[in-house]
Each structure stands twice: as C-alpha cells, then as structure tokens.
Design a protein around this ligand. Sequence first.
Ligand code: MLT
Length: 279
Amino acid sequence: MYKIATLNKISPVGLKQLPGGYILVENASEADGILVRSQDMHEMELGDKLKAIARAGAGVNNIPLDKCAERGIVVFNTPGANANAVKELVLCGLLLAARNVPSALSWAAGLKEDVSKTVEKGKSQFAGSEILGKTLGVVGLGAIGRKVAASAKALGMEIVGYDPYYVSGGEGISVYSDLGEMLSLCDYVTLHLPANDSTKGMMNAELFDAMKDGTVLLNFSRDKLVNELDLAAAMESGKVAKYVTDFPNDNMVGRENVILLPHLGASTAEAEDNCAVMA
Ligand code: MLT
C-alpha cells in the first residue's frame, strides 16, 4: 500500500484518481508520495520512504530539487494544466492596466452623493488606451506564454516573443534571439518563465533601459524574476509605467502604479481540478 500525503488542498477530483493500493495519510513524514501546491518545502524534513513529489502547478521553486535529486526522489509538475486559467488572468491584467481599472474602481466605490454628476465630471482622470494595435512582448513561450500570445493576437495586438528554447508551433510570433531588442519594441511585456538560478533577477536595469518609455510589465510567473530595486528605478524614470504582478511582497505593497493580485493566476475550479488530475 502506497501512502500519499497532501500538503495543500488538492482537488478531490484529482484525489479520486488514486487507484487501489494508494491511501491518503495525514502525516507527510510517513508518505511514499506527496502532492503539493504552493507550500514551501525547502525547510521541511523529507521522510525516509518518500519516493515522489507531485507539484499541482507549473513552478517547482517551492521544492528542494537538489535535495530530492541527491535522495533519488522524483519531482514532477503539471505543465499546461492551469495554462488557460493563467492566460485569462493575464488578459485581465492587461486590461486592468490599459484602462486604469483599479484606481477607477476605488474612486467610484468611494462616491457618496450626487454620484451620476460626479462620475461624468470626474471620469476623464481615468481615461485609458486600447490594446488593439499595441505590441505585446511574451518572454517565455511555453504552455502559458503561447496561449497568452494567441489570445492577445486575437484581440488585435502585435506579438513578439523571446524564448531560447522555442520551437515554432505555427503561432505566427516574431521571435527574437536578443531579449533587449525585443523589449525595445513593446508597449506591454509579460513574463512566462520559471524562477530558477538562471532567471533570478533577470529583469534588471539593463533590460529596463532597453524598454520604450511607458512600458507596462506583467508578472504572472514569480516575483524572483524581477530585480525590484531596478524596477523601482525604472518606474521612477518612466521606463515602466505600470507593474501588474500576481506576487505581492513587502517591496511592492503600497507603491503607486503597481497593480497587485494575490497569486490568483491558477486559482480557478477548472485549473485546480486539471492540476490535481495530472499530478
Ligand atoms: C503554478 O506554478 O502553476 C502556480 O503557482 C500554481 C498555483 O497557484 O498553485
């Protein structure tokens, strides 16, 4: 009998897939396998019997990969299983930024009297711009990046991309081998790549300098990809007009022109079921 522990809430639709011979246990230290979503496992003691860890999601930065490799513990993720959910929130993020929706919402929610008149008088402060015809740079053309590119293209955006490992699937994306060159063309830039030693802090001063003035940066991947000191300077200088992130942290809370979402990219019933089933 194999013992499986869950470290986060894992969809019952997925757990039902466990065949006979597998049982769910409370205590991760006695488990043969672990199903995890976002819980940080780096400081966790890994049990003697542990053979595999399944991440119900794309990123594996919450799992101590080196320690697992040393111990022969197999780690796997669920690529693509939540890609549609993340794509939809990225499109939402694009529109939130383009149309100044967060500040307009909080202004409208605070109106008390003579509301209709105040709205018509005050709305011009939130006038935005359309995304039609604007250029979106997609950094990382995996399952999520490709979906974002296709949907943004259908909304009339021009798409450019950067991904050293890209193999064309006929998406009609102009892919650049130089990230700085690609960034210089973009009105919007969206990040879709894993956080690891080679990508940590990759969005730095040099790359911000390569951007057009007033670029909107969307980060639905991980906060670690962005050097936040350099980002703050780029926002100060006007290179980056807005930063939309699904990964709020102490550096970003309360900053002007930063739109914060609480890591909701994969938080849909459909994505949670898909990830659990694949895991
Ligand atoms: C992912 O890496 O796919 C997401 O962070 C998943 C999640 O929100 O749990």
